[in-house]
Design a protein around this ligand. Structure first.
Ligand code: DGY
Length: 425
């Protein structure tokens, strides 16, 4: 069995091997570009042994930021043929080319943590100060173009934006997307790298790609898409991560001497109410919501625990979430499965339909810890470290057997291992 020391060495080796000069790919072949939330988590890993490189990761990510503030979920820094859909399919005329959707906005929070814990204080101050205006522009974009009516919940236009691409939470809203009969033909690349039983189904891919054509026809006009896009949901992954990111943006504004406090505080007031409106008393969980039918998407997913990370839940709701997670724990060996293991949609090996993801565990555990649920937080941390030991630094893990699934030598899993050992709980 590998030791903690040898695993840390291996984790560092993975980040170095995946470094493409200023940005880190998630894993070779399957994901050969820079992804938004991967870059955030990966920066936390770099921070444990190379602070300069950690800040570089975020600076490089922002090279992809649009003039309207949107931070795209993929930046195609250089051509690679092993991934689909690449820049040609997205059709975004920019340098560097990017996708046209976003992903969970973890960065402001991580900039705060990096600033608070940096050894090189001067570097951290300078980097945080220069990133701040870009973070503000990004968060303003969310408010202006994805919640123009100030509902407190952001409208998400693609399952890829949520990060949890094929979560059963999206089954119903995605079923409403009629596959474009004129969908240009395509060849998936993901199933050449990973066993298809661990990846989304073809029917989902056809819809993922259909949505790209919808955006192109609307010239990526967000306000127009808010009424014409056939997929529109409120996602706990986006709303909770954004709420915390706004709390941390407010902290950064105060700490670094920028104004904007009242503006950000207004966003927080709205999103607190928005997130808490997703609570379902009977289930003891938060559910995502379909923003077309306005109905809750009643399937328990790992993101259902993220209002703890956001900090919007009351102590009573935190307590209920703890009980709910105990129920899940009795069904699986490793926490936290991405789907409720008692759900008929639970598939323990298929991407976001059951496997455990180290990055989500990091956020959930932090939430439980901050609400004083130390035992369950520590259980999640220990399970994650154990999974890295038994399943390698894989993209995700089987919650019953611990088997490593998806991509191998995966940057964000290695980064979480380093951060959890380096910074502690
Ligand atoms: C993929 O291609 O699987 C990604 O999750 C989309 O960003």
């Amino acid at each position: 069995m590998p030791t903690q020391k040898s695993l840390e060495q291996e984790a560092r080796r993975i980040l170095r091997a995946n470094d493409r000069g200023g940005f880190t790919i998630p894993t070779a072949g399957l994901y050969p570009f820079q992804w938004l939330w991967d870059a955030g988590f990966t920066a936390l890993g770099w921070m444990q042994f190379d602070e300069k490189r950690a800040w570089q990761e975020l600076k490089t990510l922002f090279r992809g930021q649009w003039e309207n503030g949107m931070l795209p979920h993929i930046v195609f820094h250089r051509p690679e043929a092993t991934y689909f859909p690449g820049p040609e399919r997205w059709g975004v005329a920019r340098t560097p080319p990017t996708s046209a959707i976003t992903q969970p906005p973890v960065v402001a929070t991580f900039v705060r943590w990096m600033l608070e814990r940096a050894q090189d204080r001067a570097l951290a101050e300078a980097e945080a100060k220069s990133l701040y205006p870009h973070l503000l522009a990004y968060h303003r974009w969310f408010k202006r173009e994805r919640d123009p009516d100030n509902t407190g919940l952001v409208t998400v236009l693609h399952p890829w934006e949520t990060g949890a691409d094929n979560s059963p939470a999206w089954d119903q809203p995605l079923a409403r997307v009629a596959v474009d009969p004129a969908l240009p033909p395509y060849t998936r690349r993901d199933t050449a790298h990973v066993d298809p039983s661990q990846r989304p189904h073809q029917a989902e891919y056809d819809r993922f790609l259909t949505l790209l054509e919808v955006y192109k026809r609307a010239s990526f006009d967000q306000l127009r898409l808010l009424s014409v896009c056939p997929f529109r949901v409120a996602s706990l992954l986006i709303d909770c991560v954004l709420h915390r990111a706004n709390r941390d943006l407010l902290w950064l504004a105060q700490r670094l001497g920028f104004g904007h406090q009242a503006e950000i505080a207004g966003w927080l007031e709205a999103s607190r109410k928005g997130i808490e409106s997703l609570w379902e008393e009977e289930a003891g969980l938060y559910f995502n919501r379909d923003l077309i039918s306005r109905e809750p998407l009643r399937v328990g997913v790992s993101a259902s625990f993220l209002p703890l990370y956001a900090g919007t839940a009351s102590p009573e709701r935190a307590e209920r979430l703890g009980h709910t997670l105990q129920g899940w724990a009795s069904q699986v060996r490793y926490l936290v499965p991405s789907t409720d293991p008692q759900s008929p949609f639970f598939e323990p090996q298929r991407y976001w339909r059951g496997p455990v993801w180290a990055v989500v565990n990091y956020l959930i555990a932090l939430g439980f810890r901050e609400y004083g649920h130390e035992q369950i937080a520590e259980r999640i941390r220990q399970d994650t470290l154990k999974l890295c030991k038994v399943g390698g630094f894989s993209e995700y893990f089987h919650p019953l057997t611990g088997q490593g699934l998806g991509g191998r030598a995966f940057s964000w899993t290695a980064a979480i291992y380093l951060a959890w050992n380096g910074w502690g709980g």
